[in-house]
Design a protein around this ligand. Structure first.
Ligand code: PFF
Length: 535
């Protein structure tokens, strides 16, 4: 039975297995599944993306998720302190570095959600109608039909998204106010809603004449891209992000589970729910692309923010309905992920500093909201739109390039090395096997100790070499750091400044928090969580 003393109430415990599965899959299913997956798959040539992505799921995604869940259930702590208990101070540093990276990523994740909310509001109004005005040079006003691109850039060049960002942060903190209790209530409504909406979109896409061609493009194997290491890099980073790995979230959620939780079963369930959702989202989106012959050139956001609304605007009927429907889906899916990201940061602060949940949430909220607002700054610094146009969007693009492609994979590499060699992968396997029907064999040890670190080291090394020797990015014309090809008078220093600032910020935060004394205010052990859970 649940131990209801105040420490448990403060730290939290899931009420049921279903609550945990909904929350963990709600974390995994987010902008990554709708916005990023489809655009990655498109960019890397549809069928070419699948093989690396499948391999990434089985060879790395599921084993790392088992490991991150086990950290939580074995120690009853969130990521940094769990790593500290199992692999010492170095482990704690890696843990806090990942939390600092999570803060960076959450800042812009919530800004993107703020834009999605603005598009949702726009879908009720003029987004899907002709006549939007363009704030950038050379961007012509559409004469026939609406232009979601013009609408989007018109919107990011106003102050309105800042309001949306504050609203998203507000709702996220409210949903976290009572920890597992409020999270569980929210995911019971949001997660089924997300699935229903997505299934609706798939059916709609497939019923359109030509929709099936998009699906064929997506699923037809294409071996041309397999030799391109960038495709593999894209697939591995996307898999980590999509499964919410490498940022401490899954360990925080698992720390509210009893010690006897079946980590293999839970990992398989959450991964399959996530990837299942991702594939059907791909079907819905690619069907639309093909029906309306859309070409989502350029950035990651362009597919969901320009191409999809453009497609919806071409529907013979129900334009507003589907527009609202699509962006509501994006907002809800993103919210349940944002909630997990923030919980993944608040929970270790409670564990380490012995502070109340309200205080921990405000420690995350204050820098978080400031960062999200910065990413929404509408000042136009690149009038010709050689890159991203506004200061906020440019910062987001540059930070994402480093944080997304390096943080998660680096944490994955270090956690596997620490747990594989310092603690011993066999110890994790033994702890997991006590409580599961699907026993892990010695292959698990070799995956954690050798195979995953080897793949991740190769991918990280290659990405570094690529960044420093080639044009470095999709938009850079001459060699140089990512973004150096953008024309932004007065801001040419940004592409160099951003990676330095990102590294300094995350390392300083990690060093400061690691060096603090741990104030164990209450018995935050897994013993405070009930021994077994009802379904
Ligand atoms: N998995 C989420 C998505 O696909 O949008 C994003 C995410 C949430 C990443 C939580 C990492 C994380 F810890």
């Amino acid at each position: 039975m649940a131990d209801n003393d105040s420490s448990t109430a403060e730290r939290g415990a899931w009420n049921s297995k279903l609550g945990f599965i909904l929350a963990a899959s709600g974390s995994a299913i987010g902008l990554g599944n709708i916005v990023f997956f489809a655009s990655n798959a498109y960019q890397y040539g549809g069928g070419a993306f699948y093989l690396p992505y499948f391999i990434a799921l089985f060879v790395m995604g599921i084993p790392v998720m088992i490991t991150e869940f086990s950290l939580g259930t074995m120690t009853g702590k969130s990521f940094p302190l769990a790593l500290q208990k199992l692999a010492g101070k170095k482990g704690e540093f890696v843990g806090w570095w990942s939390i600092a990276s999570a803060l960076t990523i959450t800042m812009y994740y919530i800004t993107i959600l703020g834009w999605a909310l603005s598009m949702l509001v726009g879908a009720f109004g003029s987004l899907l109608e002709p006549g939007a005005t363009a704030p950038f040079e050379g961007m012509t006003e559409p004469t026939a039909g609406p232009s979601a691109v013009t609408w989007f850039f018109g919107m990011v060049a106003t102050w309105w998204p800042m309001l949306a960002v504050v609203a998203i942060w507000g709702v996220t903190v409210l949903l976290l106010w009572r920890g597992t209790e409020t999270i569980e209530k929210a995911v019971r409504i949001f997660v089924p809603m997300m699935w229903l909406f997505m299934i609706g979109l798939v059916i709609n896409g497939l019923l359109q004449p030509g929709g099936v061609d998009g699906v064929l493009y997506l699923f037809t194997p294409n071996l041309d891209g397999i030799a391109d290491v960038r495709v593999w890099q894209g697939a591995f980073a996307q898999m980590f992000f999509s499964l919410s790995l490498g940022l401490g979230t899954m360990t925080a959620y698992a720390s509210y589970l009893p010690k006897d939780a079946d980590n293999v079963n839970n990992s398989l369930l959450v991964s399959f729910l996530n990837c299942g959702f991702e594939y059907i989202a791909g079907v819905a989106i690619f069907a639309l692309l093909f029906v309306y012959a859309l070409n989502p050139a350029g950035t990651t956001l362009s597919l969901s923010f320009f191409a999809i609304p453009q497609g919806i605007a071409g529907f013979p009927f129900g334009v507003k309905f589907f527009g609202v429907f699509f962006f509501l889906l994006v907002v809800i899916a993103g919210l349940t992920s944002a909630v997990s990201l923030v919980e993944g940061m608040a929970s270790p602060l409670i564990d380490k500093l012995g502070i109340s949940r309200a205080k921990a949430l405000s420690f995350v909220l204050v820098p978080g909201i400031l960062g999200s607002l910065l990413f929404a700054v509408p000042s136009i610094i690149d009038t010709g739109l050689t890159g991203n146009g506004t200061l906020g969007l440019t910062l987001l693009d540059l930070v994402d390039n480093w944080a997304f492609r390096y943080s998660l994979l680096t944490v994955g590499l270090l956690e596997c090395l620490l747990l594989g060699w310092v603690l011993g992968a066999d110890k994790i396997r033994a702890a997991v096997n006590v409580h599961t029907k699907f026993k892990l064999g010695p292959w698990f040890d070799w995956l954690i100790k050798l195979v995953i670190p080897a793949i991740l080291s190769f991918v990280i090394f290659f990405t570094l070499v690529d960044d420093f020797t080639s044009a470095g990015g999709k938009f850079a014309e001459e060699g140089g750091l990512y973004g150096s090809g953008y024309t932004m008078p007065g801001y040419e220093w940004l592409p160099v400044f951003i990676p330095i600032a990102w590294l300094t910020f995350t390392i300083v935060v990690a060093a400061v928090l690691t060096s603090r004394r741990t104030v164990d205010a209450a018995p935050h052990e897994a013993d405070a969580v009930p021994d077994t859970l009802a379904v």
